[in-house]
Design a protein around this ligand. Structure first.
Ligand code: SAH
Length: 458
């Protein structure tokens, strides 16, 4: 790092971008000093205005792109520049997949010290748009108007949105219809500063295979005015709607949903299928948002698990049992563990719904429940882990090594913690066989990856 900062606020300089950050900003070095500039891509040159300088790094904005890269494309969304939802619409489909692969390779090398590992080409979508099966749109009073759209980056200002092109068209349309009625009838939008008003969010989710739709109104108040009008208009217009739900969230909080959920019309759940497993999805259930790529990801996990019907499998961080149930049909027994009790309730119900009897689910921390299973004499042939961003707990890694499964399948949403954990597992006697990035979230910088490890000598 240089002794002094070589640029000042409002300076205009030409830079060459050398890297891309996890949130999609370009990185440029000015005499060794790092500038983060949204929109810049590695290899490109631009005239940049310095917006802010800190001790170790600063921020800038592009005034003019002087040399565009080959991957650059025109973002199709008209509000892309303002909306905080997508980060890399300015990169073409192939470029996005290449960057994601490169980020995984870099993380393995720099953080994991694992050089020379083959990272396969990222598996992308044929149509990397219209994929999200869930949309939740904030509602607010903004400059005296009813505002409906996503937040700007690092802010709670809403960018008004008429369409979201990464969302399935049916639910994109349903939330706009709900918005129109709410606005026409004068339902008061939520006021975050004062914690007043009624409507906080409109959410809709759909089942890709079943075509079913659920609408959720998240309100601050118990009462949802014009409830009957909303229900009639929506159900008349969209026969796909099978469930309309209200969730009450009276608190001053960034959490979208509150504790209380009541069904206003139809069922409490909608159904969808992954592979041939059916899942019941309620308003608050976690469910993967890209159903097409979920099958690709779980398909890889299944392939890597190498099941013949004789194996005992542990699925750590199992959520509502998606991977467990997907694998159960090909395994002798599956043990799933998950920290959220409601998710385990869902997992058990989903097992029942699919008449799967060889899956056992337990609530608790993976790093506590799995050592207990070990004491009970459970010997897994395969351990699958799908942890949150912070990766696996160190105690769990130790237990995995001690249990000596033949194979480990690691599903990760964060290359950095994946690399850290793979390093530990490698030291513990496992070798990396396959690293497969899967693009679950096109147009964003999120990267999902599935890794196969096997015990050395097995
Ligand atoms: N495998 C699931 C969900 C993965 S998301 C699916 O594909 O749908 C990661 C999950 O880990 C979340 O459900 C989260 O609640 C859970 N979790 C977080 N910390 C945990 C811990 N220490 N032990 C067990 N589960 C945990």
């Amino acid at each position: 790092m240089p002794e002094s900062i070589p640029v000042e606020k409002n300076d205009q300089i030409e830079v060459t971008f050398s890297d891309l950050t996890q949130d999609g900003s370009g990185v440029a070095k000015v005499d060794g000093y790092t500038l983060f500039v949204p929109g810049g891509l590695p290899g490109e040159k631009a005239m940049v205005q310095v917006l802010k300088t800190k001790k170790g790094y600063g921020y800038g904005r592009i005034i003019e792109l002087t040399q565009a890269g080959e991957e650059r494309t025109t973002p199709p969304c008209p509000i892309y520049d303002q909306c905080g939802g997508c980060a890399i619409q300015h990169i073409g489909a192939k470029g996005q997949l290449d960057y994601k692969r490169e980020i995984v390779r870099n993380a393995l090398e720099r953080i994991g010290g694992l050089s020379g590992v083959q990272v396969d080409e990222t598996l992308g979508m044929n149509d990397p748009w219209h994929y999200r099966n869930k949309i939740q749109v904030p509602v607010a009073q903004q400059d005296g108007h009813f505002a409906f759209g996503f937040y700007k980056k690092r802010s709670h200002d809403i960018v008004n949105m008429d369409h979201c092109i990464i969302t399935e068209p049916i639910i994109d349309e349903v939330v706009q219809t709900a918005r129109r009625i709410a606005e026409e009838k004068g339902i008061t939008p939520y006021d975050e500063a004062k914690n007043r008003g009624v409507l906080r969010h409109v959410m809709a989710r759909s089942g890709k295979k079943t075509g079913e739709v659920m609408v959720v109104f998240i309100t601050r108040t118990e009462e949802l005015p014009f409830r009957k009008v909303l229900i009639k208009a929506l159900t008349d217009a969209y026969p796909q709607i099978k469930s309309i739900v209200q969730n009450v969230n009276p608190k001053r909080t960034n959490a979208i949903m509150g504790e209380k959920t009541k069904t206003l019309w139809g069922r409490d759940v909608i159904y969808d299928q992954i592979g041939d497993v059916t899942f019941a999805i309620s308003a608050r259930s976690f469910f993967q948002v890209n159903p097409i790529q979920t099958e690709v990801l779980y398909g890889k996990a299944l392939e890597y698990a190498g099941l013949t019907g004789e194996e005992t499998v542990i699925d750590a961080y199992c959520g509502i049992g998606t991977i467990s149930l997907f694998l159960a049909k090909k395994a002798k027994k599956v043990y799933g563990v998950e920290i959220v009790p409601e998710a385990i309730d869902d997992a058990r119900q989903n097992a029942e719904l699919n008449k799967i009897t060889n899956a056992h689910f337990e609530v608790g921390k993976a790093e506590e429940v799995i050592p207990k299973w070990q004491e009970q004499g459970i010997k897994p042939d395969v351990i699958v882990v799908d942890p949150p961003r912070k990766g696996c707990d160190a105690a769990l890694i130790d237990t995995m090594i001690a249990m000596q499964p033949k194979r480990i399948v690691y599903v990760s949403c964060n290359p950095a913690t994946l690399a850290r954990d793979l390093k530990l597992l490698t030291a513990g006697g496992f070798e990396i066989k396959k690293v497969q990035p899967v693009d679950m979230f096109p147009q964003t910088m999120h990267i999902e990856c599935v890794v196969l490890m096997s015990r050395v000598g097995k």
